[in-house]
Structure formats: structure tokens, C-alpha cells
Design a protein around this ligand. Structure first.
Ligand SMILES: C[S@@+](CC[C@H](N)C(=O)[O-])C[C@H]1O[C@@H](n2cnc3c(N)ncnc32)[C@H](O)[C@@H]1O
Length: 354
């Protein structure tokens, strides 16, 4: 009796697990459906109204029958509705349009694009060697590669901003700036977060610091956000120095790009620049120490692998942040989680001994 009941239960469990694992495997195909539709500009073409595969093929330089199959697969993923032979954008499909609110167009182009895609295909190389697959695939460290490929850098910067724009209000809510005159966003890209911080704090002035290529779109982003008149844009290298004497410093999604040694150097430059009483806010995902919480942190752990494969950095636990800050002469004063669904924590640090 025992055997009879045990066997079907094991088979059922295996079938359920297969049902859970198979979509993970085919997720790679889903990502390329999104990517190819985006590269072809299909969503932007459908923004004005539905069209058939034949109509879309003539404008996209594609073979009508093959494009039909791609569109049909996109419909299966909920990107289009089919009205007879015409494909119509759904709310999800609209997020692939360049100017849609909440667009993920550049994130799709970045993560489905050649350099990142091929790097993830070499995850095994990174795990075997501890080295960055991106560098093996492209021949250059990430930010050097981007600086040498302006089209891809524009996509990278826009992708960062697409993500940061969405999380900026939640992060700003965890970075109190009351009474603080000047906040510097280091490695702040095109200013999507600084715009959010200054919008939330009308009395505060901002300094946006990044490399020349990282700042390429900053003028436009800060102007469109209506905060350009309260902002200084400073070109520099945060391994050399960062703007001095600000009352608050912010590093969002910067420290996780780097290994401990490089991250410590950035934090030291912050420590040296901070006036007495200044605060440093580090906004990043935090890896849970508790192994029973790992399943809830799957997104953070995928990002950790992305840092291994594409950047040479890592996501960190609170304890790891504490040690890193201490190595740079900083003291962790508090950790605040952003309101879900935003998967970021803000770690507040001050100068040790101040
Ligand atoms: C992952 S992005 C994050 C951008 C922005 N903080 C955000 O969260 O949207 C990392 C940023 O660090 C900048 N960066 C890389 N190396 C740098 C350096 N040596 N000095 C200053 N900024 C640098 C990049 O240009 C890029 O804007």
C-alpha cells in the first residue's frame, strides 16, 4: 500500500517541478521575442493603430510570413491582440514603445542585445574563473566598452534611466534631505534619480557627477524634469575625486558594479569629500543573510549574477556593506527598505569618528 501511494506522489511532484522549471528554460526565447520586436520597432509602428503582418513587413525589412510567426508568438505572450488579421498593441505591448510611460524599450534592447546576451551565454566561464564574461566576450571592461560604443552606451544609459525613473520616488522617500543644502549623485548617469530627489525636495540643490559619456543626456533629462536651474553637472572619475563639501551624497546602483577593492576606493573618495555631518546614501538591493529568505530575493540574486557576468561586481549583504564602509572610514548608521515592490534598500552612512 505504501509503495502504491508513494510512487504516484513522486511522479506528480516531478511533473509539477517540470512545469515550474520548463518556463525558466524557455524564458530565453521569450526575451528574444521581446528583443526582436523592439529592434524591428514593431510596437512604435502599431502605436497609431492595428496593422497586418504584411503591412508591418514592408516597413521593417522583414519577410512577411516569418514576421507573422513572430507577431503570433508575441500575441501569445500578451503583447498584441489579434483583430482578424490585424495585430493591435495591448497595454503590455505598449511598454515596448519609445515614449510610452513606464517604457522598458531600452532595458529590452540592453538585456537582449548582443554584448549582454553573449556574456550571459558564458555564465559558466564566469563561474569557473570568477572573471567577467563581458570582458572575455567584448575584449573590454564594461564601462570602457560602452565609452567606445556610443550607440550601445546610449541604450545602456537610457535603460538605467528607465529603471531609475520608476524607483526614484521610493528611493527619495528613504533619503531624508531636510535642511541639507546640496546633494551630489555620484555615477548619477543622466540624472533620473537626482531629478526625483530635487523634485521631492524643492529647497535643495544638486550636483550630478559622472563620466563625460555617462552624462551625455543629462542636460535634457534635468531640463525636462524642471530642475536644471538647481543643478550643477560635473564631469569626473569617482576613483580620482568627487565634488567636495556637499551635505549629502548618493550612490545608486554604483557600488554593486565593482569588486570590494574598487568599491572601497569609490567610498574613500566620498569619505574624503564629505563635510563633517554629511551623510552618504547607498541605494542598492541587499542580499538577505537568512537562507530561508533567498526565494524572495530571486531578483536580487539574478542581479548578483548579472554583476558577476557583465560588470565584475556583486550584490551584498548588510554585513558586507558594513565592512566595506568601515574599510573606507565610514560608519553604517541605518538601513531602510523602500516600499515594495521597489526592491531597494537605502544604507545611510556617516564618517566614522564624526
Ligand atoms: C549602473 S549605472 C547607474 C547609473 C545611475 N546611478 C542609476 O542608478 O540610474 C553606473 C554609472 O556609473 C558611472 N561610472 C562608471 N565609471 C565611472 C567613473 N570612473 N567615474 C564616474 N562615474 C562612473 C556610469 O557612467 C554609470 O552612469
Amino acid at each position: 500500500m505504501t509503495e502504491l501511494t508513494a510512487e504516484p506522489a513522486a511522479a506528480e511532484r516531478a511533473a509539477a517541478e517540470r512545469g515550474r522549471l520548463m518556463p525558466m528554460l524557455f524564458g530565453a526565447m521569450h526575451a528574444q521575442v521581446l528583443h526582436t520586436l523592439t529592434r524591428l520597432g514593431v510596437a512604435d509602428r502599431l502605436a497609431d493603430g492595428p496593422a497586418t503582418a504584411r503591412q508591418l513587413a514592408s516597413g521593417t525589412g522583414t519577410q512577411p510570413a516569418a514576421l507573422y510567426r513572430l507577431l503570433r508568438a508575441g500575441a501569445a505572450l500578451g503583447l498584441f491582440a489579434l483583430d482578424g488579421e490585424r495585430f493591435e498593441l495591448t497595454e503590455g505591448g505598449r511598454l515596448l514603445c519609445a515614449d510610452a510611460p513606464g517604457s522598458i524599450r531600452n532595458l529590452v534592447l540592453l538585456f537582449g542585445g548582443d554584448a549582454v546576451w553573449r556574456s550571459w551565454g558564458r555564465l559558466e566561464y564566469s563561474v569557473r574563473t570568477g572573471q567577467t564574461a563581458f570582458e572575455q566576450v567584448t575584449g573590454l571592461p564594461t564601462f570602457e566598452y560602452l565609452a567606445a560604443h556610443p550607440d550601445e552606451e546610449a541604450v545602456f544609459n537610457a535603460a538605467m534611466a528607465e529603471h531609475t525613473r520608476e524607483v526614484a520616488p521610493a528611493i527619495a522617500a528613504r533619503c531624508p534631505l531636510d535642511g541639507r543644502g546640496r546633494v551630489a549623485d555620484l555615477g548619477g548617469g543622466n540624472g533620473a534619480l537626482l531629478a526625483g530627489l530635487l523634485t521631492a525636495n524643492p529647497g535643495v540643490r544638486g550636483v550630478l557627477h559622472d563620466t563625460a559619456s555617462g552624462l551625455r543626456d543629462a542636460e535634457r533629462v534635468l531640463t525636462e524634469a524642471g530642475v536644471r536651474d538647481r543643478c550643477e553637472i560635473v564631469t569626473g572619475d569617482f576613483f580620482d575625486s568627487v565634488p567636495e563639501g556637499c551635505d549629502a551624497y548618493v550612490l545608486k546602483s554604483v557600488i554593486h558594479d565593482w569588486d570590494d577593492e574598487a568599491a572601497t576606493r569609490i567610498l574613500r573618495r566620498c569619505r574624503e569629500a564629505m563635510a563633517p555631518g554629511a551623510v552618504l546614501y547607498v541605494a542598492e538591493p541587499v542580499v538577505p543573510d537568512d537562507p530561508t529568505r533567498l526565494a524572495d530575493a530571486a531578483g536580487t540574486l539574478m542581479s548578483d549574477l548579472n554583476m558577476l557576468v557583465c560588470a565584475g561586481g556583486r550584490e551584498r549583504t548588510e554585513g558586507e556593506f558594513r565592512s566595506l564602509l568601515a574599510r573606507a572610514g565610514l560608519r553604517l548608521d541605518g538601513v531602510a527598505r523602500c516600499d515594495p515592490p521597489v526592491n531597494y534598500w537605502v544604507l545611510a552612512a556617516g564618517g566614522a569618528g564624526t
